[in-house]
Design a protein around this ligand. Structure first.
Ligand SMILES: [Zn+2]
Length: 66
């Protein structure tokens, strides 16, 4: 899973989260103030990495409710 950098719009706190690519634009709470007013900034991981060469990692999804 790639790392994504976020910045809080409320307290200007910058933080990094390890997230699935499909979740990278989903709202995320600031760990400092709990605000969801966060913006994703360009991750250093993503720069220079060809996304087309990303291996398709399909982890076995087990439902927590089963
Ligand atoms: Zn914040």
């Amino acid at each position: 899973m790639p790392l994504y950098d976020y910045q809080c719009q409320q307290c200007s706190n910058g933080f990094t989260e390890l997230r699935r690519m499909c979740e990278m634009d989903a709202p995320i709470e600031c760990p400092e103030c709990g605000s969801r007013e966060t913006l994703r900034s360009v991750s250093s991981f993503a720069v220079g990495v060809a996304t087309s060469s990303m291996p398709s990692v399909s982890a076995p999804s087990r439902s927590p409710f089963s």
